[in-house]
Design a protein. Structure first.
Length: 61
């Protein structure tokens, strides 16, 4: 039967190895471009109508 400390050590080693592999995969693929060249990311921000806020009772003068 395995010792309790050995099981914790083995589990820690497996988790550390899997984390190292995962992080190295992210590191090596970080600067690669998008998978498809035709993909364009469009970000649309809301336009604020300031006239609504200028009529409030409290002003930041």
């Amino acid at each position: 039967m395995l010792n309790k400390n050995f099981i914790f050590f083995l589990l820690s080693a497996i988790l550390f190895t899997s984390a190292a592999i995962f992080l190295s995969t992210i590191y090596w693929s970080w600067n690669k471009g998008p998978v498809l060249d035709g993909d364009v990311l469009e970000v649309s921000l809301p336009v604020i109508n300031w006239e609504k806020y200028m009529n409030l009772s409290k002003h930041l003068d």
